[in-house]
Design a protein around this ligand. Structure first.
Ligand code: NAD
Ligand code: GLY
Length: 358
């Protein structure tokens, strides 16, 4: 098992990464816990709930299960209330632990529920998608969606631990693997040129989920994310670099209607757009754009952005949380492995869109 530690002002906790972690979840439960409440969805439950229960039963604690419907639209007030209803009906006390078993949707809503139930109870992330294992389960961002904006209601609240079982990726749809890989390669672009090159050289092994390769990619991604959130837990500066490609990506998701492209697919395309923009703003090595396009296409994400027209693109990008006073700020790179946040001119955005849309 590999361990990556996250140290932020509000907490310190491990990310435990390995094969077969689901069978050892009892080890993650604090000794003073009074019960464990698993939050999951029917798809993940069908695949893994019985194994998780067997593992947790070793603690001897009462175990409860809350199943929410599968899908981004259920990251909502209604689902949050359903969690609270079940917690209250079962008299779940403050010493209990919530356990999020699922992808980013389950992780985000469970974390938010944990952060406000009885003013905060402990929770454990058991991420089961690649995206959740390398990104959403780490760093303490929790949220639900509001009809007027994705992730607009939430909190910063760190888990007690993150338990990553790489074996669960075997049941994931290939599209979900591609979507997770776009976040993996993003870490190389913003922080670590060696890791970027390693991804270029090992992309086939990553796509086929070769255990040693995917485990290394998850560990390195978590280390890089832990480094960033350790320096800036609540995103007052540096943490925003984790959003390379996301200003474009969020616009694509919302412009097409959520669910048409997966979040990670939109981010993959957004990475290309961010590099085109970076090339206009900085003297970026001419080969970088082609390398990024090639890797994004190899991982199976779209490489051509949808054509919403300039005005709609701008409107969609203005909703981004990085923006201040109506100005759009972008994460850019001036070389592979080094990111910066910058406001750019309307002309540069226009040229980027012309070069990247159909
Ligand atoms: P998801 O949670 O919807 O999972 C994708 C699909 O995979 C679902 O149908 C799910 O049931 C299924 N699934 C999960 N694990 C599986 C497995 N092992 N085998 C087979 N199927 C499995 O989507 P996601 O991509 O994991 O997460 C997206 C969410 O994460 C979004 O809501 C996004 O806003 C959020 N997010 C949060 C952060 C953060 O920092 N908190 C960062 C990135 C994304
Ligand atoms: N996913 C971006 C962040 O955690 O800040």
């Amino acid at each position: 098992m590999k361990v990556v530690n996250v140290d932020v002002p509000s907490a310190s906790y491990p990310i435990n990464i390995g094969q077969g972690r689901l069978d050892h979840l009892d080890m993650a439960i604090p000794s003073d816990a009074t019960s464990v409440v698993i939050v999951t969805n029917p798809k993940v439950a069908g695949l893994y709930l019985s194994r998780v229960k067997v593992s947790l039963q070793k603690t001897g604690l009462p175990i409860f299960v809350i199943e929410l419907p599968d899908g981004e639209i259920y990251k909502s007030w209604e689902s949050l209330n359903k969690i609270f209803d079940i917690l209250l009906i079962n008299k779940i006390d403050r010493q209990s632990v919530l356990l999020a078993l699922g992808g980013g949707v389950i992780g985000d809503i469970t974390g938010f529920a944990a952060s406000v139930y009885m003013r905060g109870i402990r929770f454990i992330q058991v991420p089961t998608t690649l995206l959740a294992q390398v990104d959403s389960s780490v760093g303490g961002k929790t949220a639900i969606n509001h009809p007027l904006g994705k992730n607009m209601i939430g909190s910063f609240y760190q888990p007690n631990s993150v338990e990553v079982d790489v074996d669960v990726l075997d049941t994931l749809d290939l599209r979900e693997v591609s979507a997770g890989l776009s976040e993996v390669i993003k870490y190389g672009l913003i922080l670590d040129s060696n890791f970027w090159e390693w991804c270029e050289n090992n992309i086939q092994d990553l796509l086929s989920l070769k255990k040693s390769s995917i485990e290394y990619a998850i560990k390195r991604s978590c280390e890089l994310k832990a480094y960033v959130v350790g320096k800036d837990e609540k995103e007052s500066g540096l943490r925003a670099i984790l959003n390379l490609g996301h200003t474009f990506g969020h616009a694509i998701e919302s412009g097409l209607g959520y669910g048409k492209w997966l979040h990670g697919e939109a981010v993959g395309c957004g990475l290309i757009q961010a590099i085109v923009l970076s090339s206009l703003v900085f003297d970026l090595d001419k080969t970088v754009l082609n390398r990024v396009k090639l890797l994004v296409s190899k991982i199976g994400c779209p490489v051509i952005a949808p054509d919403f027209g300039f005005d709609k693109w701008i409107d969609l990008m203005l909703v981004d949380k990085k923006n201040t006073q109506g100005n759009i700020r972008f994460v850019l790179i001036d070389r592979i492995g080094h990111a910066l946040i910058k406001q750019v001119s309307e002309n540069e955005i226009r040229t980027t869109l012309e070069k990247t849309i159909k």
